[in-house]
Design a protein around this ligand. Structure first.
Ligand code: HEM
Length: 438
């Protein structure tokens, strides 16, 4: 049986030599089952308590689920996110066959060697510093306020259509400094980057997505060249990347374009779920929603707790074994893929008391919501700023909002490749009675 809806190179190729390993199949964990997507807690509990690490026979990958093992895995140098290390990866193209898109991907944070990754993270640090990042607050606020103005004062609206699907890519565009007239081009480039990164694509589909991304690559090459020609490249995000220097080393054009593509890959899909899960989490827990209204200083903690509690990921993060290695008492072969099942880890009762309770005052020390180790999320400032401003605006405009029906007429995209993607979440604003009284 293959659990991937669109086919997957590794399916049905599970090794037969490993005798003693702990194994599971789709009866324990089937990420595409509608039952699991709707109600995943029993599965996560089974995984963290009975199968903290197990070989999934049908998905052909290791699944690591306990909080402790996920933390160890993220920090380990025995595993890499570079999918070219995967035993079933397609052979790398010859230099002459490469598209610009391949050259960009070669430099991305997920593909480079550990040494190169460290170099890139060091050189990109100034661009993520407080002075540069705080500049984005104002532009993100404008974007969000404008969106809420467009939503207006309806009786009800859909959070996915009106907020979640509209803000993430535009927020990244604002952070990078893409001008309004180029936003449509950037959106197209982002679509290509996200599509080309999907694991369940045929080689032909991937090649098409990569070719269609050329316009975006050309745009950024031109922008970088223009900035490099100036006496000073500027104080904004792009300027900081161009000016960054360490030990006589600086970022190349490909390093910068690849960073932008990494931000899109890691930051546009996740941020779609960010908005729906934040609002769903709050409105389905009215006690926590009113606590946050009374104590807005809890906002930062609430955002992380809502992400932990909502656990929107289904297949989010992978590692590939750099060599044969022992991990969590299991023998992992070089090139095997490992799912870092953070959604399960965020509900591990060994780490979290009453993990299914949403408690915005919870002590979140040691959480893995933004990862751990060398690949710790680089976008946390943007996530927090975007989430905080969006929630403040939502609460200000719709303080008495409730979910429509019992559960916001919730709908999921059950076939989504890596998330428990909510595609409908209707909210009643409860503004109408107030207006009538007035
Ligand atoms: C709900 C929102 C988000 C969550 C929960 C989240 C979580 C994470 C986690 C767990 C990792 C570690 C992945 C690993 O170790 O393989 C990560 C990495 C990363 N995130 Fe985020 N993220 C979010 C949004 C964003 C946004 C908005 C951006 C960009 C603007 C972003 C950019 C990145 C990048 C580039 C990496 C890779 C860093 C590296 O490899 O060095 N993320 N994120």
């Amino acid at each position: 049986m293959c659990l991937y809806p669109h086919g997957f190179i590794g399916c049905g190729m599970a090794g037969i030599s490993e005798q003693k390993r702990c194994e599971i199949d789709g009866t324990v964990f089937n990420p595409f089952s509608p039952d699991f997507v709707r109600e995943p807690h029993a599965t996560w509990l089974k995984l963290v308590s009975e199968y903290p690490i197990a070989w999934h026979r049908e998905l052909n990958m290791w699944v690591v689920s306990s909080h402790e093992l996920c933390g160890d895995l993220l920090k380990s140098h025995d595993f890499s996110p570079n999918y070219r290390l995967w035993e079933h990866a397609l052979p790398e193209k010859l230099e002459a066959e490469k598209l610009d898109f391949d050259r960009m991907t070669d430099h991305s944070l997920f593909m480079v060697t550990q040494k190169e990754h460290l170099r890139l993270r060091k050189l990109t640090m100034p661009a993520f510093s407080k002075p540069v990042m705080s500049q984005i607050d104002a532009t993100i606020r404008d974007l969000i306020v404008e969106r809420f103005d467009e939503i207006g004062s309806p009786e009800a609206f859909d959070v996915y259509t009106e907020i979640a699907s509209k803000l993430p890519v535009r927020s990244i565009a604002r952070m990078i400094g893409v001008s309004a007239e180029h936003e449509a081009m950037f959106q197209k480039f982002a679509n290509c980057v996200v599509l080309a990164a999907r694991i369940n694509l045929t080689p032909e589909q991937r090649e098409t997505a990569m070719r269609e991304g050329q316009e975006g690559i050309d745009y950024f090459r031109e922008q970088i060249a223009l900035r490099r020609a100036l006496a000073h490249p500027g104080e904004d995000f792009l300027g900081a990347l161009i000016a960054a220097e360490e030990d006589n080393d600086s970022l190349s054009d490909w390093d910068i374009i690849a960073l932008i593509s990494s931000l899109i890959t890691a930051g546009s899909d996740t941020a779609i779920d960010l908005h729906t899960y934040l609002i769903n989490g709050l409105l389905s827990h009215p006690d926590q929603y009113s606590l946050l209204k009374q104590q807005p200083e809890l906002m930062e903690n609430a955002i992380v707790e809502l992400l932990r509690h909502g656990s929107m990921g289904k297949f989010p993060f992978f590692r590939f074994a750099v060599d044969d290695t022992e991990f969590g008492g299991q023998q992992i072969r070089k090139g095997q893929s490992v799912l870092v099942n953070l959604s399960a880890a965020w509900h591990d009762p060994a780490k979290w008391e009453n993990p299914q309770t949403l408690d915005i005052t919870r002590d979140l020390n040691g959480n893995l919501v933004f990862g751990a180790g060398p690949h710790f999320c680089i976008g946390t400032y943007l996530v927090r700023a975007q989430a905080r401003i969006m929630l403040e605006e939502f609460m200000r405009r719709f303080p008495d909002a409730e979910l429509s029906g019992q559960d916001g007429d919730l709908e999921y995209d059950y076939a989504h490749h890596n998330a428990r993607r909510i595609t409908r979440l209707r909210v009643k604003t409860n503004l109408e009675p107030v207006r009538k009284v007035a």
